[in-house]
Design a protein around this ligand. Structure first.
Ligand code: GTP
Ligand code: MG
Length: 219
């Protein structure tokens, strides 16, 4: 089957249960607000193509359940990730503390060496922020992480944070695909395609993985 993308990138959303990971993913995929949510059981998987500067990045989005019973399952998925969204709730200090003390250290511990672009999302910016901005900036600076405030509910910065991730992926994780001559135009030329949610069967997933140009992309 003909390959219709330039690279395949796996990105994962992690963070405490209830911070809004699934709501962010749903907003990104459909443009809609998820009225009623239930905690994610295990991991949900979605695919969406993002065109960036003439390159098509096939984003595999792994939406993990933040409940404690899924910790060990989630850890096993970190190894292959090219990107990770570290999500906390700006109105919950505990969710930020847990990001620092559990989610970020675990991610670093289980990542392989393929390079992983990490972006912090402070979700629920429509609510009163109780996490001090200085603490967020300090943590982001210390670990050289990008940070963006967002609201799945208000549709604020949801596409922007995905675009930031794709740009990071092209710049840092798949630099051979990036055209530095037109780098400044990346924002303007990004086109987000229609929702392509697919729940792939294991054999389909395997075929997708084997076709990944991240292994054989042009130099
Ligand atoms: N005010 C506000 N509420 C939000 C926002 N995003 C999500 N929520 C609410 O937060 C609650 C949890 O949202 P989920 O998306 O299920 O959270 P999750 O991180 O996926 O949770 P787990 O799957 O258990 O890990 C729901 O009641 C959402 O409606 C937001 O931007 N603003
Ligand atoms: Mg969820």
């Amino acid at each position: 089957m003909a390959q219709t993308y330039d690279t395949l990138a796996k990105v994962v959303l992690i963070g405490e249960s209830g911070v809004g990971k699934s709501s962010l993913v749903h907003r990104f995929l459909t443009g809609n607000w998820l009225e009623s949510t239930t905690p994610t059981i295990g991991i949900d998987f979605h695919v969406r193509d993002v065109e960036c500067n003439g390159k098509t990045v096939k984003l595999q989005i792994w939406d993990t359940g933040g409940q404690e019973r899924f910790y060990s399952l989630t850890n096993t998925y970190y190894r292959d990730m090219h990107g990770a969204f570290l999500v906390f709730d700006l109105s919950s200090k505990k969710s930020f503390d847990r990001l620092k003390e559990k989610w970020y250290p675990d991610l670093c511990k289980y990542l392989a060496d393929q390079g992983c672009s990490k972006v912090i999302i402070g979700n629920k910016c429509d609510l009163e922020q109780v996490v001090p901005q200085e603490s967020i900036d300090e943590f982001a600076d210390e670990h050289n992480l990008r940070f963006m405030r967002a609201s799945a509910q208000q549709s604020e910065n949801v596409e922007q944070v995905m675009i930031m991730m794709v740009q990071n992926l092209l710049d840092k994780v798949f630099p051979s695909l990036h055209n530095p001559d037109t780098g400044e135009e990346v924002h303007k030329s990004i086109r987000l395609n229609l929702d392509e949610r697919t729940d792939l069967a294991p054999e389909e997933q395997k075929a997708l993985d084997e076709n990944s140009p991240s292994i054989c992309c042009p130099t």
